[in-house]
Design a protein around this ligand. Structure first.
Ligand SMILES: *[C@@H]1O[C@H](CO)[C@@H](O)[C@H](O)[C@H]1NC(C)=O
Ligand SMILES: *[C@@H]1O[C@H](CO)[C@@H](O)[C@H](O)[C@H]1NC(C)=O
Ligand SMILES: *[C@@H]1O[C@H](CO)[C@@H](O)[C@H](O)[C@H]1NC(C)=O
Ligand SMILES: *[C@@H]1O[C@H](CO)[C@@H](O)[C@H](O)[C@H]1NC(C)=O
Ligand SMILES: *[C@@H]1O[C@H](CO)[C@@H](O)[C@H](O)[C@H]1NC(C)=O
Ligand SMILES: *[C@@H]1O[C@H](CO)[C@@H](O)[C@H](O)[C@H]1NC(C)=O
Ligand SMILES: *[C@@H]1O[C@H](CO)[C@@H](O)[C@H](O)[C@H]1NC(C)=O
Length: 550
């Protein structure tokens, strides 16, 4: 009895004091004619890993991280392309299609096996084709990815990391529904009620993600808690919605039905920095307007605290003028990628990285090519030179046919105000006929390159810092550098593809020939030739009467 009482008490205590749920929405007009809205739902739980005593954290995620001993996990499903040079930076960048990476606990013996089981489980959980992740498309990045949670202190963290991306994956409603089910208020109340799949899939860019990590509670990391961050990023185009006067009802199809009652904080941030050049009015009036001076930036944020409101809220902006093209200075670092070559024998991947800033910027560029696109290290050129002084360190892991992808990482020091071009050649290979997708002539996708940079300034930097949770804590925070992780655009190649209509043509032709040949042959073989006995000759009159009798 006493034991039961204690356990009930502990459930109450853990449940009440150790779980937290925060929802945030960040809205920012993007040049030239776009609007960015970013949702973030953070659930933290100090209860056990399985969340048995947690009333907010999703049990299914608890099962996954405890069964596969995952320390940190990032999964994103993205459609569309973020344009860094025009829009600045998103809070979380994501590769086109599906992207999954995770750090496992150092105790895990066979990481590759657990990784395959993890991706298969997540595939079922999110209705995505993550079960196509296998050794032949998985890499272990050495420099480009670093854990943000408790694994941070482990010097060998990269050993326990696995990364894979599926650029072909198409994101749709069936991925959003299970994602929403993980939230404590599902889509009944709170910001998730705005995530209406009909409106989301109409956007220029949408990305849904889940980021799970273990965070240390004390400096010496004797204890950890689990943080689950669910994100949605949407970019609307004013040209498509046909006005720049946006409102919740216009963007999401409905107003906001109050905050999620389980949330400890529900806040909406609207970036109003562009009001100086392009004035607009917000309705209703925001609770406060703060200026953030983080790392050399100067951002004005209008904040709504809607914790207590229960009525419908429809936040909107009315511009004084019709939308206009604003020319903006590109952010300190931007990049692009394209494919070189013609014919079906050789080609090349070109990645251009532009440093607009007046100091050096250190970046890590990760190129990840599938096994059917062999890239040769000997053909690597940085600004046309084989041995460039810009390359501080490099890592290359050659692929193996049907077993392992090609993986190249470069640590570069980009000089101020420069454009660095990284070129690497590849050969086209022939696949076996069953390895072609059904629409082989559509082309083959190659995943995005990853760029990890330490930005010297927080200009155009939207990300929240790794340690802080909300904007309030970072409004004036300045650091020596701002870690940022970007993805370039993906690319597409057309491999030498056999003419799949050939067998069909051959079958048709062969059948026609057989049919034409068969008829006469059949006739000859089966019909008997019989001589018709000639009867007695008729007289002329008999012949005529026979003709008339007919
Ligand atoms: C890191 O790996 C090296 C070699 O595998 C090993 O000697 C070292 O003890 C490891 N360090 C930690 C902190 O696990
Ligand atoms: C960790 O730090 C706490 C106080 O901050 C201390 O009580 C505890 O003994 C430390 N644990 C270890 C293993 O150093
Ligand atoms: C936006 O609203 C303002 C004020 O109501 C109006 O003058 C303007 O024409 C509207 N813009 C568009 C593109 O509808
Ligand atoms: C934009 O500026 C105008 C005047 O300069 C002010 O009336 C208006 O409230 C501002 N809008 C926002 C959203 O801060
Ligand atoms: C938001 O508003 C609620 C009620 O008005 C208040 O209790 C809470 O402290 C506010 N939150 C912040 C972060 O200001
Ligand atoms: C980047 O920030 C600068 C200064 O705040 C601004 O002038 C520029 O327009 C921004 N560029 C983009 C693409 O947001
Ligand atoms: C940020 O800095 C500005 C100017 O230095 C100051 O007015 C403001 O109170 C600071 N905000 C916070 C949250 O510290």
């Amino acid at each position: 009895m006493a034991l039961r009482f204690i356990s009930v008490l502990s459930i109450v205590f853990i449940g009440v004091f150790c779980d937290e749920f925060i929802e945030e929405l960040f809205i920012k007009p993007l040049p030239p004619t776009h609007l960015y809205s970013y949702f973030q739902f953070i659930t933290t739980s100090t209860a056990d890993e399985l969340f048995l005593h947690s009333h907010l954290s999703p049990r299914s995620i608890g099962e996954v991280i405890s069964r596969f001993q995952v320390e940190e996990l990032h999964l994103t499903l993205t459609e569309g392309q973020w344009r860094h040079d025009q829009w600045g930076y998103p809070v979380f960048d994501a590769a086109p299609g599906a992207e999954l990476y995770a750090w496992f606990n150092p105790r895990v013996k066979n990481i590759d096996k657990e990784w395959r089981r993890l991706s298969a489980t997540l595939s079922g959980l999110f209705c995505a084709s993550l079960n196509f992740i296998d050794n032949f498309n998985t890499i272990t990045p050495q420099m480009a990815l670093w854990p943000s949670g408790s694994m941070h202190s482990n010097v060998n963290a990269t050993t326990f990391l696995r990364y894979a991306s599926l650029p072909r994956e198409i994101v749709c409603t069936e991925n959003l529904t299970p994602w929403k089910k993980l939230l404590p208020c599902e889509s009944v109340k709170g910001f998730s009620a705005l995530l209406n799949s009909r409106m989301i899939h109409n956007t220029n860019y949408h990305s849904i993600g889940i980021h799970v990590r273990k965070v240390c509670t004390k400096d010496n990391c004797t204890d950890t808690y689990v943080e689950i961050k669910q994100t949605v990023a949407l970019v609307y185009d004013y040209k498509i919605i046909n006005t720049n006067n946006w409102s919740f009802r216009y963007l999401f199809g409905q107003g906001l039905p109050g905050a999620c009652p389980l949330a400890s904080s529900s806040k909406i941030y609207v970036d109003v920095s562009s009001n100086d050049t392009y004035p607009f009015h917000l309705s209703p009036t925001p609770d406060t307007i703060v200026t953030s001076y983080r790392g050399g930036s100067d951002i004005k944020l209008a904040i709504y605290n809607i914790s207590m409101s229960t009525e419908m809220i429809n936040i909107g902006a009315k511009y004084n003028s019709k939308y206009q093209i604003q020319l903006n200075m590109p952010p300190p670092l931007h990049f692009s990628r394209h494919i070189l070559g013609y014919g079906k024998e050789f080609g090349g991947i070109v990645t251009e990285v532009v440093n607009n800033y007046w100091t050096d910027i250190d970046v890590v560029v990760l190129e990840n090519a599938p096994w059917w696109l062999p890239i040769q290290l000997s053909s690597l050129r940085v600004n046309g030179e084989a041995k460039s002084k810009l390359v501080i360190a490099q890592y290359y892991s050659p692929g193996r046919s049907r077993q392992k992808p090609y993986h190249l990482e470069l640590l570069l020091k980009l000089p101020p105000r420069s454009t660095t071009t990284i070129t690497i050649d590849f050969e086209f290979v022939f696949l076996k006929w069953q390895e072609y997708p059904p629409d082989a002539n559509h082309g083959f996708y190659i995943g995005a390159a990853i760029i990890n940079a330490n930005l010297p300034t927080a200009r155009n930097y939207t990300s929240q810092p790794i340690s802080g949770v909300t904007y309030d804590s970072i409004i004036n925070a300045s650091q020596p550098w701002y870690p940022a992780l970007f993805r370039t655009n993906g690319a597409m190649v057309s491999l030498p593809t056999p003419d799949f209509s050939m067998p069909y043509n051959v079958i048709c032709l062969a059948c026609t020939v057989v049919a034409l040949a068969f008829g006469p042959l059949h006739n000859i073989c089966t019909k008997e030739l019989v001589l018709k006995p000639s009867g007695t000759s008729l007289s002329l009159i008999q012949k005529i009467s026979k003709m008339f009798n007919k």
